[in-house]
Design a protein around this ligand. Structure first.
Ligand SMILES: *[C@@H]1O[C@H](CO)[C@@H](O)[C@H](O)[C@H]1NC(C)=O
Ligand SMILES: [Zn+2]
Ligand SMILES: [Zn+2]
Length: 343
């Protein structure tokens, strides 16, 4: 099938219009006409080949939502006209230990959406197993970022048991991931503290997102005052940062969970971990079953990402702004209305 989108051609990361082929819709596949696609940090890293794994031309986009336009003979989850979402993966082996436990994201043969032609494009063909049904009540533009940012914070909250009413959750970094973590935690009845380098984010965090408190990460006095108060912390930051102050914020048995990939590996201070029976963990997105649960939870609690909707031809500017952290809190491309085939 002939299709088109926007692709980076080299490590400048600059995107431009691009025609390419999608596979034909097979028995287990659905075809989704893409309506919106979020811009995740990893789209930017991959476009510039910062991980050294990019093959060009590269069509980014793994926060995909759209409408089902074709279903294969064996498809059971979707019918034409349904709203569907695709996140960070498009395939896995289906038979390993991880796949059998609905943990496809940890399958050694898992296929990242980033390694295929992604969602900055007209449509996508995908095995129905790797698509989720988006409930009709969820606004699609704000739902797009749930497919990567949403599941990336939801999955560790569930797995590490940081999801109980009354618990105190710290969220490090108030960006695409962090602001969704705040929304999930508030919907779960938790007390939420945001830890951020930017004091300027405080008012909005408290007044609009409803966080209970806000700590500026370089303010020693504030950190001191909150020592030993948190049941868990979700660390979304990918820039270099020290984790000792975060470990100190945890109660006994507290858990620090990394979901941002730091450009420099932080030093792990064993003694404070030992002395408080504390744990450091990690988590990568989530399996497909849990991604569906997350989307259903979001629909039930009216949770969508806070977004800035942009036209396709703004994408290069958006990427530059994203690199500077200049977005509240996610760019979402209005693909259906602004991707133009006449080039
Ligand atoms: C679709 O289902 C039929 C009948 O169960 C099966 O023979 C066929 O292999 C399936 N197709 C794929 C691609 O799995
Ligand atoms: Zn992502
Ligand atoms: Zn597998």
């Amino acid at each position: 099938m002939n299709t088109y989108g926007w692709a980076a051609r080299d490590s400048s990361g600059i995107l431009s219009p691009f025609h390419f082929e999608r596979r034909a819709n097979d028995d287990n596949d659905i075809t989704i006409k893409i309506l919106f696609c979020g811009i995740c940090h990893s789209d930017l890293h991959f476009a510039k080949n910062e991980a050294g794994m990019t093959s060009y031309p590269f069509v980014p986009g793994h926060e995909i939502v759209g409408e089902v336009t074709k279903v294969g003979h064996n498809v059971t989850k979707f019918k034409i006209g349904d709203k569907a979402g695709v996140g960070c993966m498009v395939g896995s082996c289906g038979s390993c230990e991880n796949c059998k436990q609905d943990l496809e994201v940890y399958c050694p043969e898992m296929i990242w959406t980033l390694k295929t032609f992604g969602g900055y494009s007209e449509n996508i063909v995908i095995d129905e197993h790797f698509a989720v049904l988006i409930p009709n009540s969820l606004p699609l533009h704000g739902a797009a970022p749930l497919l990567c940012a949403g599941i990336t914070v939801y999955s560790p909250m569930m797995y590490y048991g940081l999801c109980k009413p009354g618990q105190h959750l710290g969220v490090v970094g108030l960006g695409g991931l962090g602001h969704v973590a705040v929304k999930f935690a508030k919907a779960l009845g938790m007390k939420v503290t945001v830890i951020s380098t930017s004091p300027s984010k405080k008012n909005e965090a408290v007044e609009r997102l409803g966080v209970d408190s806000f700590l500026v990460s370089h303010d020693q006095e504030q950190l001191q005052g909150a020592m030993g108060t948190m049941d868990g912390i979700i660390d979304t930051v990918s820039g270099p940062h020290s984790i000792l102050p975060l470990i100190n914020l945890l109660k006994t048995n507290g858990k620090l969970v990394a979901v941002g990939v730091p450009t420099e590996a932080p030093e792990i201070p064993y003694i404070p971990l030992i002395m408080g029976r504390k744990l450091i963990g990690g988590s990568a997105a989530g399996g497909m079953k849990e991604t569906q649960e997350m989307v259903d939870f979001a629909a039930k609690h009216n949770i969508i990402a806070d977004i800035e909707v942009i036209p396709m031809d703004y994408v290069n500017t958006a990427m530059e702004r994203l690199a500077k952290g200049d977005v509240k809190y996610r760019f979402v491309i209005d693909v259906a209305n602004t991707l133009n085939s006449s080039f």
